[in-house]
Design a protein. Structure first.
Length: 565
């Protein structure tokens, strides 16, 4: 049974539980609230707030997800009080002298986290772009340039007593909790804007796996759908066809009205095509119908999981997020009753909604158009009109305008408008990398353009303030260059291509406009007639007159047929 109360003026969720006390503070701020130039600032605040606890004897930790930051621990009542009061004291006065050291720690953590990659993050970027719920798929680029004032402003805005929930599982609410935090306001969720023009859609990735993400209305039927989907995929792709080793699904809610269902199945290179077909076929079949026996089995397993969550209090942080986002408090007994009432028809309806919002990641080389999927946009639908800068490479150019920038290539244009730009990576050597909110990226290396330094200067003069992300100095071998011999080869190919285009236009004009009749035939007649006259007449003046008459005849024919001399 959940008891709602106030502790030191902070809303509190309490559930009676045996064993060591488990408690935490959950703030309504996460990665989705950041911007690309400040990417990583919430994670940095979490590390700074926990620094003073060091290697404590009790178990404690912190985490940052899309919409919330959690500080939690397990121990005695005295340890809980000391930990929670200490977190609040740190947030009031963060150890800024640790700023540089914690940035290094986060950079090391990012290397480990990014080495394995995440299909879920790839799908989030393709669906939401470089803003809100897509930001989790981008590196913490903002960390190196984040200053102490940025951190203090972030804490004042988000880490206050009106934007936090205290949750406790134990014998009772311990005494001595002060939880001194400044006043503030409750922050709403950021909008979950989608950049996909249509669904179902697919994207090619460089992994030996297939994954899918769908957005469905949150609730017990959606949780059952995720469970049935995992069991069905496991049975068909691992047990029956031996196409996969790991098959998993995840049901996630971030406090809004929708839930995200992600399914992943790995496979070997030689089995990729069959695995993709089986994966998509399973999703499609569930949208047509789900059996009641599958639903009953999923409900039983989820009920057991809720019982385990009740014993460990692992569900309280997520409940705290829901409360922060305005959802009513629901006890686990109520959730079990809602699960038991789920029918096969409800799960089938959720499966149909999932199919209509589906985004699938498949290995490179697999096309899904014939299955009714549309590829996610890899190029822009338009290019800006402005100053064109030639590249050393053929069929490539850079266009800089007052409202944006375009890089044109054989595949198509990539355009980022300045008023729809999430951030610009800027290297001291002049390299620039623009990221649009729709996920389209434009890379500009001045060494690859004929007047690259001037182009970058023109770009920097037009960029709005607050978008630049200062990047560290690159080593010489990290800067792309064009060798002198390569430059001459490229120029020769470009000159040859221009000559071929000119000859083609001349040939088209010659034949399309009847030039062979207007010029070639009269010219041949003039030459033949002139030769005949020259054979019988030796007087130069007469021969010159004949040639003049013939030339006049040619000009007269051109005037009458083309309408001009």
């Amino acid at each position: 049974m959940i008891i709602e109360s106030l502790t030191s003026g902070i809303p509190t969720l309490f559930v009676k539980a045996d064993g060591p006390m488990r408690a935490g503070l959950t703030f309504r701020v996460g990665i989705a609230d950041e911007t690309l130039p400040l990417r990583g600032i919430t994670h940095l605040v979490e590390h700074l707030a926990l620094f003073q606890h060091g290697a404590a004897d009790h178990h404690y930790n912190g985490s940052t997800d899309a919409t919330a930051t959690h500080f939690h621990m397990q121990g005695t009542e005295e340890q809980v009080v000391r930990f929670l009061n200490g977190v609040c004291a740190s947030l009031r006065d963060l150890p800024m002298w640790r700023l540089t050291a914690e940035k290094e720690i986060l950079a090391t953590e990012a290397v480990t986290r990014n080495s394995s990659g995440s299909l879920g993050e790839v799908l989030a970027v393709e669906r939401h772009g470089a803003a809100t719920f897509g930001l989790g798929g981008y590196p913490e680029w903002g960390l190196p340039a984040i200053a102490g004032d940025d951190v203090r402003d972030w804490v004042r805005t988000w880490f206050n007593r009106d934007n936090v929930i205290l949750w406790i599982a134990g014998a009772g609410v311990p005494s001595g909790l002060e939880l001194e935090l400044p006043e503030g306001q409750r922050r709403p969720l950021p909008p979950a804007v989608q950049v996909l023009p249509a669904t179902p859609a697919y994207v090619n990735v460089g992994m030996n796996a297939v994954a899918a993400q769908a957005l469905v209305p949150r609730g017990p039927a959606a949780r059952v759908y995720a469970e049935v989907l995992e069991r069905t995929l496991f049975g068909q792709m691992r047990q029956d066809a031996a196409l996969s080793y790991t098959v998993a699904t995840a049901y996630e809610t971030w406090g809004g009205g929708d839930a995200s269902v992600v399914a992943v199945a790995d496979t070997l290179v030689k089995n990729q095509r069959v695995a993709v077909d089986q994966f998509v076929t399973t999703l499609n079949a569930m949208s047509v119908g789900v059996g009641q026996a599958d639903v009953d089995g999923a409900v039983a397993r989820l009920s057991d999981a809720l019982a385990e969550a009740e014993r460990s209090a692992k569900w309280l942080p997520r409940l705290a997020v829901d409360v922060l986002c305005g959802h009513p408090v629901t006890d686990l007994s109520v959730q079990r009753e809602a699960l038991a009432a789920v029918t096969a028809a409800q799960v089938t309806e959720i499966a149909g909604r999932a199919w209509r919002t589906l985004l699938v990641a498949v290995p490179h080389g697999h096309l899904m158009e014939r299955a009714g999927f549309e590829e996610t946009p890899q190029f822009s639908r338009f290019a800006v009109l402005g100053t064109r800068h030639r590249s050393y490479y053929p069929d490539a150019s850079l266009v800089i305008a007052d409202d944006g920038v375009t890089v044109e290539s054989r595949g198509g244009p990539r355009t980022v408008l300045f008023d729809a730009c999430s951030g610009v990576l800027a290297w001291p050597d002049g390299g620039r990398h623009l990221v649009g909110r729709d996920g389209i990226q434009v890379r500009i290396e001045p060494t690859l353009y004929v007047a690259g330094v001037k182009a970058v200067a023109a770009l920097d003069a037009r960029l709005p303030t607050g978008l630049t992300i200062a990047m560290p100095t690159r080593a010489a071998d990290e800067i792309p260059t064009v060798r002198r011999l390569t430059v001459w080869r490229i120029r020769a190919r470009r000159l040859g291509a221009a000559a071929r285009r000119g000859l083609q236009r001349l040939r088209q004009a010659w034949w399309n406009r009847g030039a062979y009749l207007n010029y070639a035939v009269p010219a041949v007649l003039v030459v033949l007639l002139g030769l005949c006259v020259a054979a019988f007449v030796n007087e130069p003046s007469i021969l010159f007159g004949v040639w003049a008459v013939m030339l006049s005849a040619v000009l007269w024919i051109r005037r009458t047929t083309l309408g001009r001399w």
